[in-house]
Design a protein around this ligand. Sequence first.
Ligand SMILES: [Zn+2]
Length: 447
Amino acid sequence: MSYRQFFHEEIETLPKAQLQKMQLERLQAIVERAYTHNPFYRELYDEAGVKPSDIRYLEDIRKIPLLEKKTVRAAYPYGMALVKPGGAGGAVEVHATSGTTGKSVPVFATKKDIQYWADLNARELWMTGMRPGDILMNCYGYGMATGGFGFHYGAMAMDVMAIPMGSDARQYERMLDFIVDFGVTALCMTPSVGLYVGGKARERGINFAETKLKIGLFGAEPWPWETRLKLEELFGITAYDEFGMTEFLGPGMTCECYVRDGMHAWADAFLVECIDPETGEPVEEGQDGELVWTWLAADGTAMIRYRSRDLSRTWWEERCVCGRTHPKIAAIKGRSDDAVSIRGLIVFPSQVEAALVKFPETGANFRIIVDKRDGLDTFDLKVEVKEARLLTNVERVQQVSREMAEAVKAITGNSPKVELVAADTLPRVSGGEAKTASARVEDRRKQ
Ligand SMILES: [Zn+2]
């Protein structure tokens, strides 16, 4: 049976000018609603001297103050809500960020939101080649974070069977059994869980060419192209990048099409801007900056001009080769919170990963440890090795450590002191939402 090319053709291929018209109407409506029904926004906008009627063009969004995470946290618990819990038209589901660095940011979803969420996720699964009858093993967390539920609802909306595995990589045996025994055709997880589980599969000698697995969606943390190649090799799949934030019920915000040149950001649901993180001014299209998101289609929660701290680029083609007309963002380069300044140079964990993943000796995890000794920054890098055997060969350890240090220096400009350690000895990124900073970087200068 052959299927259509798009899950929701009309909206996915709507001409750019019409999408922008829709964006303006939705922006005006959500600003009006927030101002009228939400005391937090009314106070914020009154203070900034901006009224809903000031939004006459899309560019007028710049008149609206940017939302910092700490401002949104201060509105905890119900400050960003547009509806009451439960009741007709009320919130029926709540999710929240992990709150590892402060109070959680909650997001309230009405039935209308859940339906829209399902549609956005189904578009993404469809876009990566999944079709009704496929089996998706969902290895995102089914909890307060949104990864699990988002793809789950998406799978249901497009008649794909979802296996709600969850994100705990310790159950890798079960994950691998299910892929083989149930004929799983697609999986989604964080890249770091993927590297771990894929490595275990290799140890077990699983030949994925003999399974039905063909598609992998990876996201929730920045990952370089080199990791994609590794994941494709480990699982015998085509790997796609997707990105979303809990604050917006992500996933379902952005995903790659088969062209894999940037992720489409659904313009009917979200408006994405790219700003200079220092000045808050927009950067030129295609230039690096910080992503700022506005949730245009929101029903239960108002998120207007929220600073993500994610560094990327945006651009908007009239029509992608795939036929879709929605704007694109580049793979997330890192979070401005993650970026660690060492000896005056900015280092991202994703850059270090890009350097390490090329080595066959590299295991599933690494950790950057920065400290200060005698007034100078130190840069230590612990790298898990794939095979414990290597650690007994002093000469090889020295050689591999030196080569890794050189590879990291070539990308970041900073030369680390590399220490090879046994597998499973470093804290792991388990997914659900980006925890990259805490798991991969330990900045002892801040303690
Ligand atoms: Zn495309």
